[in-house]
Ligand binder design. Structure first.
Ligand SMILES: O=C(CO)COP(=O)(O)O
Length: 254
């Protein structure tokens, strides 16, 4: 792994204020592992409190609306997330695409709104099991990304991260092989070079997500073009999450 690994915890719809103790513990432990960039995306209700509690780690949101304000009951804009302390936002997660019928055009509009509010974007993509079984995974994911990413993006290397999360690997305990992850990440890299040019396209980090745990992190993070991990279930306690961060630090040193 050439660049500084990026390990992001996505707490999904988990966490009340009692969880702030885990965020504090992660923050303290991360201060001894500066060669890894660590971040958490708690639910909206905890963004501000997490932002105030931590010193070292990044704090982000799990979604935002595509408009800057207005009559959208129950929604949160990128500006509001940024005001609460978010520095980035996860967009296009398969749980949003499936549970909230978000299509590529909406995901792209959200990405544009986030960037306009100076939030960095973690853009998720991934195929279902049927698509992989049909041998269409690489084509599906690159098409999905091409339609979801902003067409033009300044400082892409800084503002954008891509997260490859096969839908069938999320929360299932199953993962693709290292070869399958490498092949997908190489295809994503080729697309990023095409969209954003040589320098920026090469600088965008590509994370793997889906059943990453402390005991498989070393292997997964060593796959070709993997710049870190987007972690769900194993990010909910400091102990399990830091196991992944430590693995990332070790892989980085190799
Ligand atoms: O969806 C994910 C992170 O965004 C992955 O979730 P799990 O790590 O629980 O499989």
């Amino acid at each position: 792994m050439a660049e500084r690994p990026y390990i992001v915890g996505n707490w999904k719809m988990n966490g009340t204020r009692a969880m702030l103790a885990q965020a504090r513990a992660i923050d303290r432990a991360a201060q001894n592992l500066m060669k890894v960039e660590v971040a958490l995306a708690p639910p909206f209700t905890l963004i501000h409190a997490t932002h105030r509690e931590v010193e070292q780690i990044g704090v982000g949101a799990q979604d935002c609306h595509c408009s800057s304000d207005g009559a959208h009951t129950g929604d949160i804009s990128a500006t509001m997330a940024a005001d609460a302390g978010a520095k980035f936002v996860i967009l296009g997660h398969s749980e949003r695409r499936q549970n909230h019928a978000e299509d590529d055009a909406l995901v792209r509009a959200k990405a544009e709104a986030a960037l306009a509010a100076s939030l960095r974007v973690i853009m998720c993509c991934g195929e279902t099991e049927d698509v992989r079984d049909a041998g269409e995974a690489v084509r599906f994911v690159t098409d999905q990304l091409r339609a979801s990413l902003p067409e033009s993006l300044e400082r892409a290397g800084e503002m954008l991260t891509v997260a490859y999360e096969p839908v069938w690997a999320i929360g299932s305990g199953r993962t693709p092989t290292v070869e399958e992850i490498g092949a997908m990440h190489r295809a994503i890299r080729a697309l990023l070079l095409e969209l954003y040019g040589e320098a920026d396209g090469a600088a965008v980090r590509i994370l793997y997500g889906g059943s990453v745990k402390a005991d498989n992190a070393r292997e997964l993070l060593a796959a070709d073009e993997v710049g870190g991990a987007l972690v769900g279930g194993a990010s909910l306690t400091a102990e399990s999450f830091m196991g992944i961060v430590i693995a990332a630090a070790e892989v980085h040193e190799q």
